[in-house]
Design a protein around this ligand. Structure first.
Ligand SMILES: C[S@@+](CC[C@H](N)C(=O)[O-])C[C@H]1O[C@@H](n2cnc3c(N)ncnc32)[C@H](O)[C@@H]1O
Length: 300
């Protein structure tokens, strides 16, 4: 811990920086995390020639994309690994994707891993879909994004240490990875090529506007440091980006309790999934069609 930095960053300057960062990324540093923020930003002060956190605040306030890209990298908690919280991915692959492929053969199933860090989550999805032969049944697009461009560069490379692969069943590791040396394993291109990575700040409302609609959005272990207000904003944008009946998957320990939203919570195989409702008109039509079908059945 850098005592100099933490004592430098206190009181009013901490609040200024905290609010600036919250406004940009949705991530909120409560006052008991002041030292952590100071430690993470300290190397950037020197790199940008700022003599104090106040100088650095003004620099960031006028900040160009590069300054903010460096903040995103400095603040990121990139902990992730293959097969993490796999139950939800299993539900996606075995239940949702077959259903969508059967119902909507004419268009691709589109999945988005939002806040994917170094790529283990979207690649796990891509592997699981391959193992279930789902690519044979129709086109599937896998989008993956993070605000941290450095993490995404590593994701595109697809090289991982054994630590990242610790939960992978050995036969899966053997089939989808090549061992490069004692330290590194490289994911085979047949899976790497299935994922489309992009830098996206989830708290950038205008930036999200250009995205297409998704059948499933995974946003797991991302909201941990967001304020409730920021989570509500991002969930509202994500709801707009979901197809009717599309699903938002959160982390196993995360919920939208206390967060205003318009999604329906469903429990499937132990995974908490938030589903977008069909528009009211369509739901009414479905109820009416069912009533007519039941009536015809009874008369037979
Ligand atoms: C702990 S990782 C989660 C990785 C993966 N989803 C998982 O569950 O294993 C959290 C990621 O959220 C990203 N993140 C934080 N704030 C973000 C924002 N405003 N927009 C996009 N990504 C963000 C961080 O850069 C980090 O890579």
């Amino acid at each position: 811990m850098n005592m100099m930095a933490s004592s430098d960053l206190s009181g009013a300057v901490f609040c200024l920086l905290r609010d600036l960062i919250h406004g940009r990324f949705g991530v909120y540093y409560a006052s008991d995390r002041c030292e952590i923020l100071a430690d993470r930003l300290q190397p950037l002060l020197a790199a940008y020639g700022a003599q104090s956190f106040l100088d650095y605040y003004y620099l960031l306030k006028e900040g160009d994309a590069r300054a903010w890209r460096d903040v995103a990298a400095a603040l990121a908690v990139n902990e992730t690994y293959f097969w993490r919280e796999f139950d939800a991915i299993d539900v996606l692959v075995k239940t949702w994707v077959p259903r969508w492929q059967a119902e909507r053969a004419q268009r691709p199933v589109r999945i988005w891993s939002a806040g994917c860090a170094t790529g283990e989550e979207p690649y796990t999805i891509a592997i699981a879909l391959d193992m279930a032969h789902r690519y044979l049944y129709g086109p599937i697009e896998i989008w993956a994004s993070d605000v941290n461009a450095e993490a995404l560069a590593r994701a595109r490379e697809g090289r991982y240490r054994a630590r990242s692969l610790r939960l992978l069943p050995p036969e899966v590791r053997k089939r989808y990875f090549e061992k490069e040396d004692e330290t590194w394993w490289r994911l085979r291109s047949m899976i790497r090529d299935r994922v489309n990575f992009q830098v996206i700040n989830l708290f950038d409302h205008n930036g999200l506007r250009g995205l297409p609609l998704f059948d499933a959005i995974f946003c797991r272990n991302v909201f941990i440091y967001f304020s409730e207000e920021a989570i509500a904003t991002v969930v509202e944008d994500m709801t707009e980006l979901l197809q009717p009946e599309g699903c938002l998957f959160l982390g196993a320990a995360e919920s939208l309790f206390r967060i205003p939203h318009h999604l329906r919570l469903i429990d499937m195989g132990g995974a908490s999934i938030y589903q977008k409702r069909r528009p009211l008109k369509e739901r009414r039509a479905a109820v009416e069609n069912k009533a007519v079908a039941d009536h015809v059945d009874r008369r037979r």
